[in-house]
Write a protein that binds this ligand. Sequence first.
Ligand code: RM4
Ligand code: MN
Ligand code: MN
Length: 429
Amino acid sequence: MTQQINTGLIADHNAQAAARVNLDYETLGEQLARRGVDIAVLKADVAKFAVAVPSWGVGTGGTRFARFPGLGEPRHVFDKIQDCGVIQQLVRCTPTVSPHFPWDKVSDYKELRQHAEANGVGFDAVNSNTFSDQKDQPLSYKFGSLTHADAGVRAQAVAHNLECIEIGKQLGSKALTVWIGDGANFPGQSHFRRQFERYLDSNRQIYDALPADWRMFLEHKMFEPAFYATVIQDWGSSLLAAQTLGPKARCLVDLGHHAPNTNIEMIVARLVHAQKLAGFHFNDSKYGDDDLDSGSINPFQLFLVFNELVDAAQTGAAEFDPAYMLDQSHNVTDPIESLMTSAVTVQRCYAQALLVDRKALTAYQDSNDVLMAAQTLKQAFHTDVTPLLQKIRMDAGGAADPVAAYRASGYRKQMAAIRPASGPSSGIV
Ligand code: RM4
Ligand code: MN
Ligand code: MN
């Protein structure tokens, strides 16, 4: 296996941190023991947690006004996979990459799969793209794709999704994520009901082509690129579509795709109830689809989402097997640093949610002790599990402090020497 970061460097870095981490871990263990929690049991559970990295997240993003490229940006999917390998090497909780097509299209998928294996990562859900036109594409998605008024455009969009399934099979994926930009910018532009019927009709064709052990993740988004109405604008439309299509179709929750202040954790609870929760695109936002680093704005919300997830797992909710993925855009940070930090933040929220005293919480809820119910959640949220996460990483060969080890390695500088600068451009992801 190719280890991009020198393993000796990681070992030295960890050796320097070991005494401090061990002491902090012991102290945390004592604290948790007083609360009836066995830190070793917690550690084994958290060590199993994994979140996928988006292939499109390792390049520098931008806004619709400008994009300011970073140094040593990946030139193609092979470079992207290499960067994802670096992330996994240092954090050890990102063993898979979610690819996006046609952005990540290659001529030889066997080679791509081998390259990923060599870099210590596998593949998660494949994403289709019918929200932008590609070079040499016969028909345009300017006025929609899967829901376009023209049957020919719809057929082209369906065919692209079928191709994504075929590629996914070769990469070892088990799910197709469908997010479309279809919608309207003006009242009257499109017929709401007919458009939704066309969505179902197109997706039926994609659904029917899914292998038996595959899932279809339907991703909703309130706005953008359509600013008046989006076809799958919220979890209501998404659930309706998933229920109409069948058991393999589920609803994917991208945290940034809601209006500010939306109670996302409650949406999660409803989707768990309906046995339709596909999984997540984690990120954070202040206004709308800002695609900021997970937990950078509202870590409590992320914790509350995990509170629902842990509760669902512990109560044995049916059909509960969510896929965890990051979906972020890094405009002003090194994408590798942001993705490492974000993965650890998501892992942290999972660990904190495991610390909720659920017996006490249920008792407080049932006796209407509102203050103590709220405090029970806060006690878990306020617990600093940093030494636990450090220990898990170090045991697995990752770094005590992934960003510090990454910076010390000089990886970005090395890449800047190999990968040519892309120059300023407009356009986002
Ligand atoms: C969308 C959505 C999709 C992602 C694209 C790049 O807003 O979040 O999941 O594939 O962005
Ligand atoms: Mn997304
Ligand atoms: Mn998005």
